[in-house]
Design a protein around this ligand. Sequence first.
Ligand SMILES: *Cc1c(COP(=O)(O)O)cnc(C)c1O
Length: 406
Amino acid sequence: MTERAGVDRDFLASDDGLLRALGLLSREHAGGAPLDLPERLPEAGLGAGPVLDLLAPIVLGGAARLGHPSSFAHMDPPTPWIAWATTLWNASLNQNLLHPATAPAARELEDRVLAWLAPCFGMSGGHMTPGSTVANLTALWAARECAGVREVVASTSAHLSIGKAAHLLGLGFRQLPVDATGALLPDALPADLSRAALVLTAGTTGTGAIDPLDAAGRAAWTHVDAAWAGPLRLTRHAPRLAGIERADSVAVSAHKWLFQPKESALVLFRDNATASAAISFGGACLAVPNVGLLGSHGATAVPLLATLLAWGRTGLAARIEHCVDLADAFARFVHDDARLALLAEPQSGIVVWRPRQATAFEHVRQSLPPGSTSTTTLDGEPWFRNVAANPNADAGLLADAVRRAL
Ligand SMILES: *Cc1c(COP(=O)(O)O)cnc(C)c1O
């Protein structure tokens, strides 16, 4: 196993091995089946090189290609190479942000990313989480500690993580009605929100609707779930999220419209010092307080920082704005074809549509390129849903496929 006592070469980077791994990544692979793998834990190892060849068809050939021109279905973007290359650094270094000693610089890098992004939302700071599910739970935990809220109030279009958080935190959960596009009806807001955390969604998962954010500040605590549409704040579409700056907390998934590898998200607080103190635990072997839900966690700020440095705000904005344009172009196609119905003008790069003839739905669904379109159910009716998370998507290609299917 080792050539020199004390040095296990499997822990050292081998240029040949890494180049081979990268080469396999850029090649086409016929899909392999996970069933080709040994059924039982192998007694003897195959060695790293043969494992690459064994897994390439299964892992690479079996993956959805989110940067493919026909990929226009989900909130999951392709990742720029600078993001996954620095993620490889992270995986190799394996720093733990729980301990300053194991991540001397990485903690400061996270602080820097937060200092760049939090002000875009009117927030003073926050921390990274593995997703907005955890960011939403963290924010509502702070709401319970800081504002003594007893219930969570959100629209029926809110993400399921909101109901989950209320359940975990022992808070009531009240759901409010939405309009036909999926946005909270402002008239439905209860007059007394003095014991409530009001959750407004900026870009609902189903339709991309943006709740009336001018309601922010009307409750004991307002949390804006901007998991999807939050990054619009860095673009020329920032005014669509006007009012978000009056929230007490904001969640943004960086692995959605900030093009980051999973798991990457931000929880932001208007008064970060107070909120973070309320959700901190210390002691034992910890040199610094442990803020929030996570124990050991990695340096997810590094790829985000690298992406923001590589692109700058304008470079990031250009990608997101291009995605918005793709959604608008596809929505125009739907709008202009008499055989199709558009739910609403896209608010945040999500197009929801269907054939006017209900019987055509299933045929169209089966005719569309795999991975090009998702479906959602509104008021018991099936709709198609396209999400512009992929700057390399080709809206014309999809329009042609829909035309052919009709
Ligand atoms: C995706 C999403 C979430 C959950 O975020 P994850 O990053 O998947 O955990 C929460 N809210 C909304 C509106 C979302 O679209």
